[in-house]
Design a protein. Structure first.
Length: 494
């Protein structure tokens, strides 16, 4: 415990602990709980990754000397020594907390293989969410036991992904992922999925938020979902070759409940896209593409085309006008996204209007922002990119990085229109408007929100939309509609 060396008021505690691991979501919860204590000015409890060390330095809470990513960083600032000691004790108590009960409990299995050995053969799907270096062994155990696997984990080397998917194909099962954030299997939502009505449309998705956008729009049109089979964001790359996509298409073709299939993806490798197209054309179930590209940049348009195939009238997609005015002269687009595919869609729509749009996940390599997320000019940032989620929760759970970016944009003085996605559903922030509304009000910039979700979601689409609109944001259920509206605000300012 020491005075703050950066001149900020209060005293600080900064320590590193080895041999300690906790899930990033739990660490985020601990940071929030302790940060709400009286007299606590700043808290960061996180794995000591480069990004988190940079955040700690910005808070004046950087550790002395080096730190390893496998060490736990505990950094706090409080008004005085007594409050700081109490806050450190609260961190210790939260990290060591265990569920207690008067009843004896069975020791849980420590591996997928051990767990599957205790289950009957009808248990057909293993869900794997461990740090990337350990996920491959767990998925391999599931495949060896004849089970499909959803690999939520990221950080899995691409060569291991290919090996897993080839083994799964040979075993007659499916590997969804790695980095598969969204799936619905036989009506059971997994990962970040929404509450949608059951029906006859199956999705094969190399995109989590893309699948959520499509499934939510279908739900709004009264069309239900049979399955959403996520395959991981790299599956349609040249390195992976669409291995899981081809197996997922075959699985839906054989599924009696599925009458139509929609394929959802970021821009794929051209040769892989052609292989998938030929395979899809040979299936008995009709397959329509919602694969993003410069020629087809609009997921909403793909949904509307599918509705036409089904003979379903395209509805007026839900929206709220808000009070967003035209931007100041010279305004630029700032797209701050939690969904990578939604960010890609925004860039594909915006680039022909604005010219070059830079990003940490750019459409062209020369437009790469690198680590300069506060760069000037037209910018779209994917805060859900793997490089920004190492050691911390996904921004759909923990919005801290994006809220900081909004505050920084407001303080920088660059005229801008702010374009955001807010993704509802299982696993996501239970009330995203509660933290976003104050940030938008403080920023004082024209704001447009793509709100992805359904009325049946735990957060409720209308409840969130009303709160955001009352804060002045224009809200759209369609990300493409939100992007075009944001562009119109910039156009009015030119």
């Amino acid at each position: 415990m020491s005075p703050s060396p950066d001149g900020s008021e209060g005293v600080r505690h900064v320590s590193l602990r080895s041999g300690v691991y906790a899930d990033s979501v739990r660490l985020m919860q601990v940071s929030r709980e302790v940060g709400a204590r009286p007299g606590v000015a700043a808290v960061l409890v996180a794995m000591a990754t480069p990004l988190n060390l940079e955040l700690a330095a910005g808070m004046g809470l950087a550790p002395d000397g080096g730190a390893r990513p496998d060490e736990l960083l505990i950094a706090l600032r409080a008004a005085d020594d007594a409050e700081l000691a109490a806050a450190v004790a609260a961190v210790d108590a939260a990290l060591s907390a265990r569920e207690t009960s008067g009843e004896a409990r069975a020791v849980p299995a420590r591996t997928i293989g051990a767990a599957l050995s205790d289950l009957d053969a009808g248990s057909a799907l293993a869900v794997i969410s461990v740090p990337g270096p350990y996920a491959v062994a767990e998925a391999a155990d599931a495949i060896a036991a004849g089970r499909s696997a959803l690999v939520f984990s990221d950080g899995v080397p691409v060569e291991h992904e290919v090996a897993l998917k080839r083994a799964a194909h040979d075993a007659g099962v499916l590997v969804m992922g790695p980095d598969c954030g969204t799936a619905i299997v036989s009506g059971v939502a997994l990962g970040f999925a929404n509450v949608v009505r059951p029906g006859a449309v199956g999705l094969v998705a190399a995109s989590g938020t893309g699948a959520q956008q499509v499934s939510c729009l279908l739900d709004a049109a009264g069309v239900g979902i049979s399955h959403v089979l996520g395959v991981g964001g790299r599956d349609l790359s040249a390195a992976v070759g669409g291995l899981a996509t081809l197996d997922a298409l075959a699985a839906l073709d054989a599924d009696e409940a599925t009458e139509r299939v929609l394929l959802v993806s970021k821009p794929p490798a051209p040769a892989v896209a052609e292989t998938v197209r030929r395979t899809a054309d040979a299936l008995s179930v009709p397959v329509r593409s919602a694969v993003l590209s410069a020629d087809s940049p609009d997921l909403t348009a793909a949904v509307e085309a599918l509705l036409g195939d089904l003979g379903v009238e395209v509805p007026v997609w839900p929206s709220r006008p808000g009070t967003a005015d035209a931007a100041a002269p010279g305004a630029v687009l700032k797209g701050f996204y939690s969904g990578g595919t939604l960010a890609d869609e925004a860039m594909l729509i915006a680039a022909p209007v604005l010219g070059d749009v830079r990003s940490n996940t750019p459409l062209r390599p020369e437009l790469d922002l690198g680590t300069d997320l506060a760069a000037t000019g037209h910018v779209v940032v994917d805060f859900g990119d793997d490089a920004l989620t190492v050691g911390r929760a996904h921004p759909m759970i923990d919005p801290t990085l994006r809220l900081d970016a909004i505050a920084g944009l407001a303080g920088g003085g660059e005229p801008a229109v702010l374009l955001l996605d807010v993704v509802l559903g299982y696993g996501a922030d239970p009330d995203p408007a509660a933290t976003l509304v104050p940030a938008l009000q403080s920023a004082g910039l024209p704001a447009v929100v793509a709100l992805i979700g359904t009325e049946a979601d735990p957060q409720g689409w209308s409840r969130q939309a009303d709160a955001l609109a009352e804060a002045g944001a224009a809200v759209f259920a369609s990300n493409s509609a939100a992007t075009r509206y944001a562009l119109s605000l910039i156009g009015d300012a030119e």
